[in-house]
Ligand binder design. Sequence first.
Ligand code: PHE
Length: 341
Amino acid sequence: MIEQLEQLFEDAKSKLTTLKSTADLEAWFRDTLGRKGQLTALMRQVGSLSKEEKPVFGKRANEVKQTLQSSFDARQTEVKMAQLEAEMASDALDITLPGRRSRKGGLHPITRTLREIYRIWGDMGFQVYQSREVETDEYNFEMLNIPEHHPARDMWDTFHTTSPGMLLRTHTSPGQIHAMREYHPEPIRVILPGTVYRYEQITSRSECQFNQVEGLAIGHNISLADLKGTLSDFARRMFGADRNVRFRANYFPFTEPSAEMDVECILCDGDGCQLCKHTGWLEILGSGMVHPNVMRNGGYDPSEYSGFAFGMGVERICMLNYGICDIRNFWSNDLRFLQQF
Ligand code: PHE
């Protein structure tokens, strides 16, 4: 039996060195060292041996078992390593490839322009006053001296809601009334930025939604000279000290007198081109002295107070500053456009 044991030892050892997969190793273990394996079976037969043979066989059998177990462990580690190396070689990870760059976001050009406008007016002592986008007919028109059936309503066609008298504001001017009613009787210096809506055909020059920044100054002895001086100063800070501005008389129901302000065309420097329709000038805002009726609607006595107001188009200013030729770009969500800023 001891010969059988030695034979089994030799066979098992040499077989072990030829095994190359974990499945083969498992089978080998089952057949050799497992509960139903050959060595276990042989060791069970120890009872049939003589008294002298038993300890000799037992000792040797245990040695064999231990040796085979540690050879098995060693072989198993070797096979696993070989498998891992083979896997790594076939599924190579090229660590020299550059990583994926994370995309940097940026501010929308309108946001940039708005912030620039806030900064300039902030430096001049004007506070930002937020006003609602869904307005009543009363605030959007009537309080601004535009009664029902007034022809000036044609200039501001808008989107109406299903609630009677509720509409999307056509301009930021209704904010003037809100601000006056809140501030009265204090003097006022505010700008009112925000989106406005118009029922209009969308072209390269006009959109049905866009941004305005309204301005309102109310106090004692505020004159047309203050309006001109303040708006010219704004233009100098916004477009550069060497860019000329001009005021053109105009009509708005809520200001008297009224004027529009133009800046010298940024494309042709006043020589005349397609952008400025060969006038050399680009209109950027409407303005005027607050109408006495509007003043009264806001709670201020026009014999005691006076003030000026203006409303500028943010998209227009942004287009001038960046040389953007189509207003539709702002809402188109085209990354090729947006990533330039
Ligand atoms: N609300 C006018 C517009 O949308 C602009 C304006 C504002 C004119 C304030 C005068 C005073 O065209």
